[in-house]
Each structure stands twice: as C-alpha cells, then as structure tokens.
Design a protein around this ligand. Structure first.
Ligand code: CP3
Length: 333
C-alpha cells in the first residue's frame, strides 16, 4: 500500500507522504516543450501516450508519492458534447449549453469521447515508476462544473448576477453533471485510479444558505458513490469558510485545505486525515522561508494523519529547484 493510502486509513507511515496539485504543468520546462507542439489542450489531454508522459514527468524529477493523471475537470462537459477550448492567458471558454442535445448523449457516447483518459490511467498505473505510489484520478465537484458550464468561463471574483435566474436549467444541468460524473469516476477506477480527488474550486463563491443544495448534497452523493466502489475520496472545497461543517456533512475520507485556512485551528477541529494547506506563493520566495513554512505544517500535523500538499495548484512561475527542495524537506523531516 502506498504511504498516501496508509495515511488515509489512519495508519502510521515511515515517510511523510507528499504530492502536489498541478505537479505536472507549466512550471516544468519538459511540460512546456510538449505543450508548445500541442496547442489544443483538450486534444493533448486525450492523447494517452502524451498525457502519460506528462503525468510521469514530475515523478522522474522528485520523490513524490502519487501520480495525478494529466487531464482536466472540463473533460466532463467535453465528454457530453459541450464545446470546450482553452485560450492562452485567459483560461477555459465553453460553448453554448444545448440541453436538448446533451440529454441525448449516452453513457457509451461519453466513454467513446473521453476513453483516452482511461487508457492513460492504465498506462500510468502499470508503469514501474508508480510502484508503491498512488495513482490519483479526479473530477470537478458538481457545483464547480455547474459554474463553468453555465458561466462558460472562469467566474474570477464573482458570479454574474443572472447566474441563478433559470432554476429549471440549473436543476436539469446538475442532474446531467451528476450522471456523467459517476460514469467518469467509475471508469477511472476500473482503469486503475486508487484514490479520487474532488475539486470544488469555486465552493467559496456561495452564500451559506445555498451550500446544502449546490455543494453538500450533490458532493455527499458522489462521495458515497466513490466509497461504494471501495476507493477513498479526498475533497478540496477551496474557499469554503466552515471546513468542519463540510467534513461532517460531505464525509470524505480525507480533506484538502486551502491556504487561507489556519492549520492550527483546523487540526483541532477535524478528526479525518488532512492534506495540503501551504500557500503556493511560498515556492516563489527562498529556501529558508520555504523550509520554515513547510516545517510549520509538518510540526502542526505531527500527530495527525497528514498528506503534504499545497493549498492550491503549484504556480507556473515556480522554479523546479524549489519544488525539489520542498520534497526533500518534507521527506527529511
Ligand atoms: O497535475 C495535476 O494536478 C493534474 C492535472 C490537472 C489540470 N487541471 C491540468 C491543467 C488538474 C487536477 C486540473 C484541475 C482543474 N482544472 C481545476 C481544479 C483545480 C484548480 O485549479 O482550482 C480547475 C478549476 C480546472 C479548469 C482549468 N484548467 C482552468 C481554469 C485552466 C486555465 C487556468 C490555469 O490554471 O492554467 C485550466 C488549464 C490547465 N489544466 C492547465 C493544466 C496543466 C494549463 C494548461 C496550459 O495552458 O498549459
């Protein structure tokens, strides 16, 4: 069993496990090299050999304990035939949402469109580099996907005023999202994903009164689904104010915290295994500050099941040498 799975099962580990969100990505020159030649991001995600190579790039450099499959949460709307593009220096742009067309998309159609993701998981899982490491599959949470699908681009700071206007559209879209999320999770697991992480990057945009409907209920349903397949699930509700409430309601196996969260307070409040927390910007400073900050998290979670990670994805401007230093600091602690 890999150290990450041991932590999730509340077992003692020999090493401090670590993986990093966006560990395969633009801060690595070998990623940028491949990306330069592959301008269509979705197409790149759907090339099983290239996405396997990208997934393994950080593992060749650093002693990380997991491979997270190189894909994107927006593969889901792509799979049910909403147009998805990525514009340089802007982010994702989605096409119009055609509910009539989408309701006709079958499980089989979806699988045919996204199948290369499952092939890549299989290749990663069976590569000898991932022996004793976890292969992590992932999805976006229903709420975060709804945001992209309706808003058709990143909401940046806030949702448009008319976001909630058409409730019938929202309800139907959420049902479709949940249906395909389950299909996508099941196929990732059948292809070799040993842990599922659910990214709720925009959980922090909602008022408390809306959390039950948009975050707690649909995410809890997904969590139960993953657990029914005997696979542990880590949730990352970025920006949510009350992580304790979230854990008690959604009941994931482990919780990933963002960098705004006070680690001392959360350690006292939450009993389940914790992941993440350190601000990715720390990697842009210097080695002394990096060591001090990483050690702070390791000290605080010394007696708590803890998986080292950041409080959001590693930034593109990060120096790979700083990542190397971070991994060594965590392993030598
Ligand atoms: O290494 C990994 O973590 C695995 C791969 C991964 C990517 N996206 C690859 C990617 C994962 C887990 C994601 C999740 C994802 N995608 C989230 C949730 C996590 C988060 O960051 O909050 C979200 C919201 C998305 C949607 C998305 N994808 C956006 C908004 C963008 C553009 C902005 C940005 O961060 O670059 C992407 C593009 C994307 N997804 C890149 C990568 C490596 C950059 C692609 C490039 O331009 O080279």
């Amino acid at each position: 069993m890999s150290p990450i799975e041991q932590v999730i099962l509340n077992k003692k580990t020999q090493v401090n496990p670590i993986w990093i969100m966006r560990q395969a990505g633009r801060y690595l020159p070998e990623f940028r090299e491949i990306r330069k030649r592959n301008t269509d991001f979705i197409k790149l995600c759907l090339d099983p050999n290239l996405s396997t190579e990208i997934t393994l790039q950080p593992l060749k450099r650093f002693d990380l304990d997991a491979a997270i499959i190189f894909s994107d949460i927006l593969i889901l709307p792509f799979g049910f035939k909403q147009k998805v593009e990525f514009k340089k220096n802007f982010g994702p742009i989605l096409g119009d949402l055609n509910l009539e067309q989408i309701s006709k998309v079958t499980e089989n159609d979806f699988i045919q469109r996204v199948k290369p993701v499952y092939e890549a998981i299989n290749l990663v899982k069976n590569n000898k580099i991932t022996k004793n490491k976890s292969t992590i599959g992932f999805v976006g949470a229903p709420w975060t996907l709804l945001v992209y699908i309706i808003n058709k681009q990143s909401p940046k700071l806030k949702l448009k005023d008319n976001f909630f206007k058409d409730f019938s559209l929202i309800k139907q879209t959420l049902e479709i999202i949940e249906k395909f999320l389950k299909i996508h999770i099941k196929n990732q697991i059948n292809s070799g994903a040993e842990i599922i992480q659910i990214f709720d990057s925009w959980a922090g945009l909602l008022d408390d009164k809306d959390l039950d409907f948009y975050v707690y209920n649909p995410t809890h349903s997904l969590v139960k689904y993953v657990q029914s397949l005997n696979v542990p699930v880590i949730c990352f509700p970025r920006g949510i104010k009350n992580y304790k409430n979230y854990c008690e309601t959604v009941k994931p196996d482990a919780i990933c915290i963002d960098y705004e969260i006070d680690p001392i307070k959360i350690q006292k409040e939450i009993r389940i295994p914790i992941q993440g927390g350190m601000d990715p910007k720390i990697l842009l400073t210097d080695k002394d500050i990096l060591k001090r900050e990483a050690t702070k998290y390791l000290d605080i979670f010394k007696d708590h099941p803890y998986i080292f990670n950041l409080g959001h994805g590693v930034l593109p401007e990060t120096d790979p040498n700083m990542m190397d230093y971070l991994v060594k600091t965590v392993k030598d602690y």
